[in-house]
Write a protein that binds this ligand. Sequence first.
Ligand SMILES: Nc1ncnc2c1ncn2[C@@H]1O[C@H](COP(=O)(O)OP(=O)(O)OP(=O)(O)O)[C@@H](O)[C@H]1O
Ligand SMILES: [Mg+2]
Length: 351
Amino acid sequence: MEKNKNNRTINAPGDASKLVPLNRKPGRGLDIGTANLVSASHTKDNEVVIRAQRNAFIDVESNSFSRNMMTKLGVNYVVNNGSLCVMGDPAFDFANIFNRSTRRPMRNGFISPDEQDALPMIKILVENVVGKPCVKGEICCFSVPAEPMDAEMNVIYHKGIFEGILRRLGYTPRSMIEGHAVVFSELGADDFTGIGISCGGGMFNICMAYKTVPAISFSISRGGDWIDENVGRVTGLPTSRATLLKERGVNLMNPKNPTEEAIVIYYRNLINYTLENIKKKMTTSQSMPNFPEPISIVCSGGTSLIDGFIEVFRDEFERIKFPIEVKEIRRAADPLNSVARGSLIAAISEK
Ligand SMILES: Nc1ncnc2c1ncn2[C@@H]1O[C@H](COP(=O)(O)OP(=O)(O)OP(=O)(O)O)[C@@H](O)[C@H]1O
Ligand SMILES: [Mg+2]
């Protein structure tokens, strides 16, 4: 195994699914995200081990020379229907260098109906991040989106596909709503009470819980991809380029050029849309708890990583009349990995 530039632990080609766990204790968390797949496990010394890769691939011209070179260079690829598919993180680099877009097995939080190779590719990508179970029937708790409030998506089919993949690998699959996993990983100090938001690539997932029990959970079908697509559209840039510029470092409180201005406009709109929808759910839901004390809101996920995110969130929060008292709005300690960590906590608790 090696570390790439984003400090993700990745596998050399071919070794991933055969990876034999050595110092691992049973119990695994898996965040199945539109943009990233992240697995969390723990060692016998109780250290959490994270393995992640982009949920993407790209097909490139195949000949024996490029195949041999890629093997030597340690690029993770598979041959699919005669074409060479570069898998995971390097697919994103190839897309940017060749000015193309990656192919994505998922869209807006769910398996993409528009990608014909979605199922075989997602199966390989999942195998690469989870590897083999360390005991037969090891529990693997994986994240699923909550029912979207602004789109018709089939949660049952999506969940069933991943249960099948994990079962065939030898795991006992358990599903967990993504926002609930954020509550598990980030709100322990608040007795698992408050609002967890996972700000992802394909969607935002929201869960409001009281002492671990989810009271309101829902998702909205907008996330980092929605920002990138819109920024690309208004600036004339390919979407992958807009993603790259956004991730390279933008401060939402201090945009420096028209592209950054566009990023700020869509971020602000998305945060406002999220808060308005939370408020709407809270004021219309029968299951809304009467919190005895002010609660915390925690934002996790890659889309919350941008500088100035929490400032803009607080700013938009001040503008709407929120129905309950909030004592704190903060970013998760480890935003890209908190869903996988929360799912791991759930997997261990069940055991
Ligand atoms: N430094 C950064 N600044 C801004 N955005 C970032 C940064 N790093 C990653 N992102 C964005 O975070 C998103 C991916 O986040 P995350 O991994 O939480 O999503 P996901 O779990 O795969 O998707 P989802 O939960 O919506 O299905 C992408 O849109 C990516 O562009
Ligand atoms: Mg996510």
